[in-house]
Design a protein around this ligand. Structure first.
Ligand SMILES: Nc1ncnc2c1ncn2[C@@H]1O[C@H](COP(=O)(O)OP(=O)(O)OP(=O)(O)O)[C@@H](O)[C@H]1O
Ligand SMILES: [Mg+2]
Length: 320
């Protein structure tokens, strides 16, 4: 078991399933049930890392309120170390009401919550010293989080941690490509994990190879370009990581019965991080990531997959 830091957004998801948008106009809507779940990329990743047999330490901001306490209990019960979570000063705990419509489409109603207080002070460096990997979920997910990345990633690297940065273009950044400035933090990012539309937003390029090349030129050590049900492509600089294949490696997704792709990217990052903690090659990390993401899309919600054994079964199917 090895320790990883999951730094970034955490919220409480309230899942409201089976709605038709017209129902919003009724005075009262009565549903059989709705469920509460941990949500936000940093905690999704942490929960999956614990299921994969590792020791995730969550570094985020939560308010000292009922939702914050519920999240803390839920995460602890799933094996996440919550001892280094910082208290919000002015915001309530971030809550996302996830309305799942009958056709599977989703709408999110989100408060202006504690994720707005994530910044340089959210990192607890004493607790990070003996960790192997420092993961960010996600750059561009919130303003304070994005702005602190150069300083936080630099410090993580000075402490000898491998740095992984997921990407999510949050509402504050949509349509604001000019504010991206990825070069500010990419020089401290050993691995970044954009999907194709995020990479396009960051680089202005439309061709996947050109996007990856630009991100590498801006400083990233390895670009893992995700493409949903198609899989992902690794692009690496010479001398990066395990010294294996240089250039481009494609890892196809695993075809499966898909129930819900929410959190596929977060689970992918958890699998990749587990691989890094276990000393695997980059290509094997991508395979473990793909198997973990594939396990997760077979269940409802972001934290659905059962355990490591399930992921290992999928990995066996993937081997030629
Ligand atoms: N429908 C699917 N079937 C099988 N595997 C999938 C599917 N969708 C995603 N995956 C796996 O998950 C990985 C990451 O998914 P995706 O490319 O959608 O990331 P993302 O856009 O960051 O996701 P998210 O919306 O969760 O942030 C893919 O590379 C693939 O391995
Ligand atoms: Mg994503």
């Amino acid at each position: 078991m090895s320790k990883a830091i999951c730094f970034g957004i955490t919220c409480l998801d309230i899942l409201v399933p089976g709605l038709d948008p017209s129902e919003f106009y009724k005075e009262t809507i009565r549903l059989n049930d709705f469920s509460y779940s941990t949500g936000g990329d940093a905690i999704n990743e942490a929960v999956t890392l614990a299921k994969l047999g590792h020791e995730p330490v969550l570094m985020t901001v939560l308010a000292d309120d009922a939702m914050g306490r519920l999240l803390t209990d839920l995460a602890r019960s799933r094996g996440v170390n919550m001892d280094h979570v910082k208290k919000a000063r002015t915001h309530q705990t971030a809550v996302s009401i996830v309305c799942v419509h009958k056709d599977g489409e989703r709408n999110f109603i989100v408060n202006n919550g504690s994720d707005n207080e994530i910044g340089e002070g959210t990192a607890d460096w004493d607790a990070a010293k003996d960790a192997g990997v420092f993961c960010v979920g996600s750059a561009y997910g919130a303003k304070g989080l994005t702005e602190c990345l150069p300083a936080v990633l630099k410090r993580a690297k000075e402490l000898g941690l491998t740095t992984c940065v997921d990407i999510m273009i949050g509402s504050e950044y949509v349509g604001k490509e000019s504010e991206a400035d990825p070069a500010a933090f990419l020089k401290y990012a050993d691995y970044i994990f954009p999907n194709q539309s995020e990479a396009r937003w960051m680089t202005g390029e439309t061709d996947p190879d050109a996007m990856a090349e630009k991100l590498l030129a801006m400083g990233a050590g390895c670009v893992v370009l995700k493409d949903g049900e198609n899989g992902c492509c690794l692009y690496r600089k010479p001398n990066h990581g395990d010294g294996g294949v240089i250039g481009k490696v494609f890892v196809p997704a695993v075809r499966c019965e898909v129930v819900d792709t929410t959190g596929a990217g977060d689970n992918f990052l958890a699998g990749f991080t587990a691989g890094l903690l276990e000393g695997k090659s980059d290509e094997d990390c991508a395979k473990l990531a793909t198997a973990t993401a594939s396990a997760s899309v077979r269940y409802l919600g972001a934290a659905g997959l059962k355990d490591r054994a399930e992921v290992e079964e999928i990995l066996k199917e993937m081997r030629p």
